[in-house]
Design a protein around this ligand. Structure first.
Ligand code: ADE
Length: 239
């Protein structure tokens, strides 16, 4: 899968080359291209923003700079490349979205800063490409870079061969295989007894059936406590 990220802070994306993502890049499973938006600015000061029409605080990113950047990056990319715009005003980004992005050949992540990007950019490119405005949560970040890292890690770990143990993705919180995409329950390792606290006996019983049903009920319990909104959804509502 190819992912292009356009940002005014390319250094912000340095962690994308570490750990699991770094390995996916080395293995060729993930092709990551980070672009500095200022390379498409046309003036001496490399300006990429201006004051908002209609007034108000802050600055808005210019459509001409973004337009040229996206034109150049899109040359030669498949027509089903998706343009993803992280913004607090976007559609919630969930594990269901992640599963859909894993299937596409490429994504361009357009990182906004300041008050955002001139809306005409999405009107224009939306005529030829799918443009998805996504939000990673109900809070406001300073820009799209951290959200892009979130996107990148969530998607890359589902690419074939990226996780050491393919099955572990099936067990994740929100995994479809878990009843209705609920949360993962608690986990334990050695020592069996620590500071007077013992591992639940069922986990050392060797009875796989009992272990599975204990995990299912812990998952249900945790979901009801931490995320009652998820617990109320039936599996068929999760698509
Ligand atoms: N940019 C700023 N805040 C954001 C959020 N919550 N999600 C995605 N992108 C953002």
């Amino acid at each position: 899968m190819r992912i292009d990220i356009v940002t005014v802070f390319p250094e912000y994306l340095a962690p994308a080359r570490l750990s699991l993502l770094g390995k996916a890049i080395t293995a060729g499973t993930l092709q990551l291209h980070v672009h500095d938006l200022r390379d498409w600015a046309t003036d001496r000061h490399r300006t990429i923003d201006d004051t908002p029409f209609g007034g108000g605080p802050g600055m808005v990113m210019r459509p001409d700079v973004w337009g040229q950047a996206l034109d150049d990056i899109l040359v030669g990319l498949p027509s089903d490349t998706r343009i993803v715009v992280p913004t607090p005003a976007g559609v919630p980004f969930t594990q269901r979205s992640v599963e859909q992005y894993v299937e596409v050949p490429g994504v361009i992540l357009a990182c906004g800063r300041y008050e955002g990007i001139d809306e005409r950019v999405w009107e224009h490119f939306g005529e030829r490409f799918a443009v998805d405005q996504i939000s990673i949560g109900d809070y406001v970040l300073a820009g799209g870079e951290v959200a892009s890292l979130v996107f990148l890690e969530a998607v890359a770990r589902l690419l074939p061969g990226v996780l050491g143990n393919e099955e572990s993705a099936l067990d994740d919180s929100f995994a479809k295989q878990r009843t209705g995409g609920a949360l993962e329950g608690p986990v334990y390792t050695k020592p069996r007894s620590w500071r007077g606290l013992d591992v639940p006996t069922v986990l050392v019983s060797g009875d796989h059936g009992k272990v599975a049903s204990w995990r299912a009920s812990e998952s249900t319990r945790r979901t009801a406590r931490n995320r009652p909104d998820l617990g109320s959804l039936r599996p068929e509502d999760q698509e």
